[in-house]
Design a protein around this ligand. Structure first.
Ligand code: GLA
Length: 354
């Protein structure tokens, strides 16, 4: 089934508060492929970030980050300064929406969520998406359609926080569907929902305990290596690379990962469609080895979490998300005793107004 690119529901409610919710995401497979015009297979999870907006007098945006008990306040008009920490998301969301010509209104925002930050479940994208939906709703403005909004949210991360992330997290949050994963071909992008039927198996995430901040991890360096490999190969993106022969170390291994990981996404779709969960587990393991040895984004804490999952009988386990810490994703039999701290994850609905 093709994903319909419909506009997000929006119901203006004069003088009343609005609440938006955006989910985190799990990426089943297809890691570090999004910014290489490649394939990935994420799903939105039930947990996420919600933003409540209430009309406020004056010309300011006030924000309360409830879980941190921190505040921010800035003028809606004129040049918006970037601020620090989480404030960059709010200021970036306001500035980027205004740049699209959306007329925002002064309001008071409250942000809260149940996604662990820095754990690879995309709390940053969930914050951006939820903020944009709440800011548009309180202003009685139509938000950009999902793919345009995903791009706008990605600009908030790229230009306001310095994390050169791709579109994976934002598209998963905006286009996820209950019970489904989304095969995303970043060329386009083109999206196709795939039923995530795991029969008597379950997916779980384990936080490695190594928290990472994408802007200061090796993530941006990997992106730069991919650009360098494109220059060497004379291609616009690694989606067009057919091999890694002749490339200098470590660019050859980076390219090998990207090419093989794209293939694994379609192999995973085929395994799901055939109900071959053992095959899906093997693909998770192969992806992990490639991310550890060729892409080099693993750390000892992640390796320990992967080993724990294997000891607990996982059919497959791999590092998930940007790497350099964060969470491990593993596939278990339904009756397995999950390792300590493991949390089962299921595909939930996309971002929405509540
Ligand atoms: C992070 C980024 C995504 C993607 C993944 C790796 O989650 O935000 O854009 O690059 O890492 O697949």
């Amino acid at each position: 089934m093709r994903h319909s690119n419909t506009r997000l529901e929006h119901t203006p409610r004069e003088g009343r508060s609005v609440q938006a919710f955006a989910p985190g995401r799990v990426n089943l497979i297809g890691e570090h492929t999004d910014y290489n015009d490649g394939l990935c297979l994420p799903f939105a999870v039930e947990r996420g970030v919600s933003v409540t907006a209430e009309p406020a007098p004056g010309r300011e945006i006030e924000t309360h980050a409830l879980d941190l008990d921190e505040h921010d306040r800035f003028e809606l008009d004129g040049e918006i300064e970037s601020g620090d920490g989480w404030r960059r998301f709010v200021r970036g969301a306001v500035a980027e929406l205004q740049r699209e010509g959306i007329e925002l209104r002064p309001c008071s925002l409250t942000i809260t969520g149940d996604l662990p930050r820095g754990s690879g479940l995309s709390s940053s994208a969930a914050v951006c998406v939820s903020l944009c939906l709440a800011l548009c709703a309180i202003a009685e403005a139509q938000p950009p359609e999902p793919i345009a909004l995903a791009r706008l949210c990605s600009r908030i991360e790229n230009d306001w926080t310095g994390a050169q992330t791709g579109l994976l997290d934002q598209l998963a949050a905006l286009c996820g569907k209950r019970g489904h994963a989304v095969r995303i071909d970043m060329r386009g992008p083109r999206l196709r929902t795939i039923p995530l039927d795991l029969a008597d198996h379950a997916l779980a995430v384990v936080d490695s305990g190594a928290s990472r901040n994408i802007a200061v991890s090796g993530y941006n360096e990997r992106r730069e290596e991919c650009r360098a490999a494109c220059r060497e190969l004379g291609v616009d993106s690694l989606r067009d690379a057919t091999g890694s022969e002749g490339l200098p170390e470590p660019l050859d291994r980076r390219v090998r990962h990207v090419i093989a990981e794209n293939d694994r996404v379609d192999a995973a779709v085929a395994a799901l469609e055939a109900g071959d969960l053992a095959g899906l587990g093997r693909l998770l393991d192969t992806s992990h080895r490639s991310l550890r040895d060729d892409y080099e984004v693993s750390v000892p804490e992640v390796e320990r979490a992967v080993q724990e999952c294997r000891r607990a009988g996982a059919l497959g386990a791999r590092i998930m998300g940007g790497g350099f810490g964060g969470s491990v994703l593993a596939l278990f039999h339904g009756d397995a005793q999950l390792p300590p701290g493991a949390v089962s994850v299921e595909p939930g609905p996309a971002a929405r107004l509540l």
